[in-house]
Design a protein around this ligand. Sequence first.
Ligand code: ARG
Length: 461
Amino acid sequence: PSTQTWSQRFESTLHPAIADFNASIHFDIQLIEYDLTGSQAHAEMLAKTGIISADEGAELVRGLEQIRQEYRQGNFTPGTDAEDVHFAVERRLTELVGDVGKKLHTARSRNDQVGTDTRLYLRDQIQQIRQQIRQFQEVLLSLASQHVRTLIPGYTHLQRAQPISLAHHLLAYFEMTQRDWQRLGEICQRVNISPLGSGALAGTTFPIDRHFAAERLNFGGVYANSLDGVSDRDFAIEFLCAASLIMVHLSRLSEEVILWASQEFSFVSLKDSCATGSSIMPQKKNPDVPELVRGKTGRVFGHLQAMLVLMKGLPLAYNKDLQEDKEALFDGVKTVKVCLEAMTILLSEGLEFQTARLTEAVNEDFSNATDVADYLAKKGVPFREAYGLVGKVVKTSLAANKLLKDLTLDEWKDLHPAFEADVYDAIAPEQVVSARNSYGGTGFEQVQKALEDAQKRVKEE
Ligand code: ARG
């Protein structure tokens, strides 16, 4: 039940159920360290501008630091009667430092305060997620470096298309996560703007120095419009958008690992440290990790959607609806972090590529058919004509239960006089891969270069 008394306009306290309904302390307690830091900067600004005395400022900063220690030691656990973290801190501050604590909220509103806290929190989380992306990429690159010359079928439409280097496949995920890493860095510039000093909505009558407070908090700038400052949540939406894309990438990789681990593919085997069994089928070994990552992807998309819908009808400026931003953001952050961690572990020690099976796979199909057509085209046969001819060979070979490599030189020559004995080399999987030496292609030389380039880029700060 709430003991919160508002101004003397109110005669009685909130209905207990409504107090609970209104409260956000059970989740916004996560913002406490940012709230304390933000309040310390505000107190320093009040002292610096002479709105309060230097002694008062110092006393507020000290009291806030004491709350930080209490919290870290597990001795500050406000209940729902505090409504939210901001009230909880202010109340405790006044208990600790006396009446001067009541001066902290001068020239400030919870509206600019919560916006400040949320941005400080997200800025911090974005840095952590970027580091996690780096760790994930390191593992990806170490795996790629072991498999430059390992071949794997490449697919389009999930039909065997052309064989590729396994490292090339893995490096595709490096590129995706590299964009994720960059995107988060770009977004962070917009997260890192201070709304502090916007007041409730219209600014304040006190001679505050917004830039001073913003600099204390290492913000890159201040909101130019107070209404926008207290009611903008674009930064959270942008983050959830970037988080959704990270999840898309992790989910696609997860889907591949799940397929690869199936008996039908058998491209990877799962290690016991990252697989689970069935409660009834003793033979089962299940890819729970990538399945959960794929599943949790939906949660993050949901938070993005919820946030967009939350904002679309809000009149300026602050509305209590905005309190709903936090659980979406917190869970989005948490989900991305646990998924990055799990996938990093899965790649580093949870699976093993079945190279014998991969070799078998790239030798058992017609995925070298393009190379036969390219072979003829290089001998002057127009590509479209060559393509038609090879289609015919594939058809007759399929009917005869043969692969292209099984055709005799006579059979090749019957098809077209341009064929020579070197056709066998040209269609061997190693050669097929190695020959795709165009920039960005799967040729070993290109892949080795791409790997080295990625190893440089992963060191970027
Ligand atoms: N707990 C609130 C939130 O998260 C803090 C801001 C409340 N402001 C207000 N005017 N009721 O949004």
